[in-house]
Write a protein that binds this ligand. Structure first.
Ligand SMILES: [Zn+2]
Length: 293
């Protein structure tokens, strides 16, 4: 039977989450308080483990309210005076920006991530990074994390599989609501689709996303994300059937039900699709126009 295919229509707009919360015996969260159309109520900082030596996963963008909440969350949720280590999903500012606050509050703490391919973004941590890669294992009491290389949204992106719960921390690869942005310069939709299929192949039941609420039907959500992009790809190819078009015209044809203020984001998504189709030899870029090959 064919998988149901639909466009992801929920969104981050108006979502509310508590300042901190316990999500399972070994996972709690503190809210980043950096709200926006693509970050929802803010980036989740996860507190992982069953003792007072928890791992911190992602650090928000570093706003004062979050920095105030973090020590309280650590004490309340894990009876911890400080985190044992920090792991980061990727070097976008709203995930790594708070490292300097953690260091200021608690002193030097080891920060682990896969390095960004060129110098620059990792410097936002303000401290040296311990380089890890695909398959790295990071453990603390009651929790074992395995790194899963998942590029596409960002070239350094690692998801982290939590063995004890058959759960995965998906960073920005899968969000609690809405869809992921594939940035023009550093994103790659082909890599992103491969990353989604990699997540689908895991023995996974729960998703802890970087933004928005926990997802308990993990496989269904991953299939929905894959189906969403496959549908968009068919729509792009169909839109070009009658001749060459510029990106804004393609957006207008496909995003008939999306308000104008989201068309800029839609255009970025269309360009990601067109670049993927171009790399696969299905469409040709001709100045501002795109046409079928
Ligand atoms: Zn990101």
């Amino acid at each position: 039977m064919a998988e149901p295919i639909r466009v992801v229509t929920d969104s981050m707009m108006g979502l509310k989450l508590p300042d901190y919360a316990r999500l399972s015996p070994r996972v709690a969260t503190v809210l980043g308080h950096n709200p926006g159309p693509f970050t929802g109520p803010g980036t989740n900082t996860y507190i992982i483990g069953t003792s007072n030596r928890p791992i911190l996963l992602d650090t928000g963008i570093g706003v004062a309210k979050w920095a105030e909440l973090l020590p309280i969350g650590l004490k309340e949720m894990a009876n911890a005076d400080r985190p044992d280590r920090i792991v980061v999903t990727h070097a976008h500012q709203d995930h790594i920006g708070g490292v300097k606050d953690v260091t200021r509050i608690f002193g030097a703490i080891e920060v682990l991530k896969k390095p960004w391919p060129v110098a620059g973004p990792d410097n936002a941590a303000g401290v040296p990074i311990t380089a890890i890669d695909d398959h790295a294992t990071i453990g603390t009491d009651g929790a074992t994390l395995q790194a899963v290389f998942t590029p596409g949204h960002a070239p350094d992106h690692l998801c982290y599989y939590l063995v004890e719960e058959k759960a995965v921390f998906t960073g920005d690869v899968i969000l609690g609501a809405g869809t992921t942005v594939i940035p023009d310069e550093t994103g790659n939709l082909g890599h992103y689709m491969d990353s989604l299929r990699r997540l689908l192949a895991l023995d996974v039941e729960t998703i802890y996303p970087a933004h928005g609420p926990v997802i308990r039907n993990a496989k269904q959500k991953i299939r929905e994300y894959i189906g969403h992009r496959e549908l968009r790809e068919r729509q792009v190819l169909a839109a070009l059937k009658d001749g060459p078009l510029e990106v804004p015209a393609i957006v207008k044809k496909i995003y008939t039900d999306v308000p104008e203020f989201l068309h800029k984001a839609a255009a970025m998504s269309m360009r990601a699709h067109l670049r993927k189709l171009r790399d696969e030899g299905q469409v040709v870029e001709d100045g501002e126009n795109w046409r079928l090959k």
